[in-house]
Design a protein around this ligand. Structure first.
Ligand code: NAD
Length: 433
């Protein structure tokens, strides 16, 4: 497994748990050192135990130098990052291509090389060409096997996926992939075998659709606020239609994280490049970007009225990661909303259960505190940005007593207005009458 991040580490540990022998490789020595000491470099529920068990059983190991492992492997996964390329929005494939070159120079017998990273259509062809150039005699097949796990529920998603997608055009490689996933198939999930290019596009189309669904309900929420409707009831009312489905209809401060923002932009660029623009997703990207700043405006308006001034005021912020149960801060809405509040002259006191270590490098000028009550202390508003479980049952009466102005701005609709008001606070939610 080349790349031991959120995807590589979870996939590697899960494959090992199903009985395969896995070597996780990463070029970041500090990551490997920590893993070899038994520490998990990321926060993902259940991962520490899974890794420890499989290391102990001798099926899972970690190394900076993958030469031996790659030489002996039947399957080599590429699970390195594919961030947005600076300047043009395309996926930066330099890590994938570097891994391909490295693999080509090492493999001996027939090897299946699998891109698990999210890569644009045609990347498999390019990986194959790079490997062929680097080692014309090598025996290999390149397969696409995109990953659909969600951070925060990654192990469950990996072990009980809605589906596994395998883009493979080589019969020998198909048999190897079937054997690899056979232990999981007891969980009875569908395996979609398809062409490599189709498989690559499935991943982007899936993420783009989900990003669009979130953005849709966010815009409906804005309309609800204007017309006096309740977005949660609207979501329920439409979600019960089986063609729509109830998931992913929770309005919030805009999608973020390490996948949706970069994958939507990359799909937009690919589509433009091929002369088949996907305008729905172009608009989704634009609307979502604008939403983060609109949330800062919403907070300002709640605190000081339309066009009001919040200079010198203090905002307590609960939650910094893009969703609960992860420490991943990449492209989190908090990274746009907090600086916007600071630019308006506000002071921000923030708390997140797992994200603060990363956030400290990313949110200059923010005061990081030790808990939700600390964040509220003396503040003129308390904003829920991420719906961590521990923010769901706060003692609001206690909070109201310590705030300069007891105003709860709930950008995840965790609370009901009536209950908050009964506890002595003012309440502003999303998409509420
Ligand atoms: P990550 O940044 O957490 O991990 C990538 C790792 O690869 C890093 O540790 C890096 O040091 C290592 N690396 C880079 N080049 C290397 C090389 N040549 N040799 C060895 N190691 C190398 O990234 P991630 O979140 O795990 O994402 C990986 C891929 O999976 C991306 O394409 C992403 O879009 C996709 N994906 C991510 C998620 C998610 O929830 N994070 C879900 C599905 C798909």
């Amino acid at each position: 497994m080349i790349g031991t991040g959120y995807v590589g580490l979870v996939s590697g540990a899960c494959f090992a748990d199903f009985g395969h022998t896995v070597v996780c490789v990463d070029k970041d020595p500090s990551k490997i050192e920590r893993l070899n000491r038994g520490e998990i470099p990321i926060f993902e529920p259940g991962l520490d135990q899974l890794v420890a068990d499989n290391v102990k059983a001798g099926r899972l190991s970690f190394t900076v130098d993958g030469s031996d492992a790659i030489r002996d492997a039947e399957i080599v996964f590429i699970a390195v990052g594919t961030p947005t390329r600076r300047g043009d929005g395309h996926a930066d494939l330099s890590y994938v291509y570097a891994a391909a070159e490295e693999i080509a120079g090492l493999i001996q017998d027939f090897t299946v090389v699998v891109t698990k990273s999210t890569v644009p259509v045609g990347t498999g062809d390019e990986v194959e060409a790079i490997m062929r150039r680097a080692n014309p005699d090598a025996q290999f097949a390149v397969v696409s096997n995109p990953e659909f796990l969600r951070e925060g529920a990654a192990i469950e998603d990996f072990k009980r996926p809605d589906r596994v997608v395998i883009g493979v055009e080589d019969e020998r490689a198909k048999a190897v992939m079937a054997e690899l996933y056979r232990p999981l198939s007891l969980n009875e999930f569908p395996v979609v075998y398809t062409q490599r290019r189709t498989s690559e596009l499935i991943k982007y189309a899936g993420n783009a659709f989900l990003a669009m669904k979130i953005t849709f309900i966010n815009e409906i929420a804005d309309l609800c606020e204007k017309v006096g409707a309740d977005v949660q009831q609207v979501a329920k009312g439409i979600g019960l239609d089986g063609r729509i489905g109830s998931k992913f209809l929770n309005p919030g401060p805009g999608y973020g994280g390490s996948c949706f923002p970069k994958d939507t932009i990359a799909l937009v660029r690919t589509a433009q490049q091929y002369g088949a623009p996907i305008r729905l997703i172009e608009t989704t990207v634009e609307v979502n970007d604008a939403r983060k700043l609109a949330m800062a405006e919403k907070i300002r308006t709640a605190m000081a009225g339309a066009g009001g001034d919040i200079a010198g005021k203090t905002v307590g912020v609960l939650g910094l990661t893009f969703k609960p149960n992860t420490d991943d801060m990449r492209d989190s809405p908090s990274l746009a909303i907090i600086p916007a509040l600071q630019a308006m002259g506000a002071t921000v006191r923030a708390f997140d259960p797992e994200g603060m270590k990363e956030a400290r490098h990313m949110l200059a000028g923010t005061t990081f505190v030790n808990g939700p009550y600390d964040a509220a202390d003396g503040a003129d508003a308390l904003v829920i940005l991420t719906e961590w479980d521990q923010f769901r049952a706060l003692d609001l009466t206690r909070i109201a007593g310590t705030m300069s102005r007891p105003l709860l701005i709930d950008l995840r609709n965790v609370y009901r207005a009536g209950e908050v008001v009964a506890d002595g606070m003012e309440y502003v939610g999303i998409g509420k009458p």
